[in-house]
Design a binder for this molecule. Sequence first.
Ligand code: ZN
Ligand code: ZN
Length: 214
Amino acid sequence: MTTVLSLTFNPVSENTYLVYDEDSRETIIFDPGCLSPAEEQALVAAIEELKLKPIKLINTHCHFDHVFGNAFVKKKYELELGIHELEAPLLESAPVVVNMYGMPPMTPSPPADYFIHEGDTVTLADTSLEVLFCPGHSPGSICFYNKAEGYIIAGDVLFDGSIGRTDLPGGDHQTLIGSILTKLMPLPDETKVYPGHGGPTTIGKERNSNPFLT
Ligand SMILES: [Zn+2]
Ligand SMILES: [Zn+2]
């Protein structure tokens, strides 16, 4: 069994997720958005308090708000970074984009150590997360579906009452809608959605009331 812990960081309130196995205490760190030293310390404190052992560092996509803490986390916990290969250009350009948006400077992320593909399975102790390729918000957005426990780490694909923006480079509205309809909407109603911004929702709630999907 796993637990999903959410920490919200940086000026655009990005959700960093720790998905951890309750027995082994192994954890995957998804999208470390910690930017300031205080936020980095808050992440470390959560990990230490829960006695977690970080084993994987993964980005759902590589917009700057999801990769601010990559360099810190990779070095601190000696982890390899996994992303979809179509996100590599975004990862590289993130520090420049951050400047354009007038945000505080970020430590550039190291490049990915390996690429994650549609249909891959990411494992954590005896838990499996299925990789769903959901482009549209960004070219290589990926979601992580825990079928056995009924939840998905959704990045910026689907939000409570909204969907990811598509006005950033590489974004495409029709592609995003297609990803949501073909990859996420077929999941069971009760599937819990953990998005990159805002609180959790469910597939059923979004199917019934999300104004972008009706
Ligand atoms: Zn994004
Ligand atoms: Zn985001």
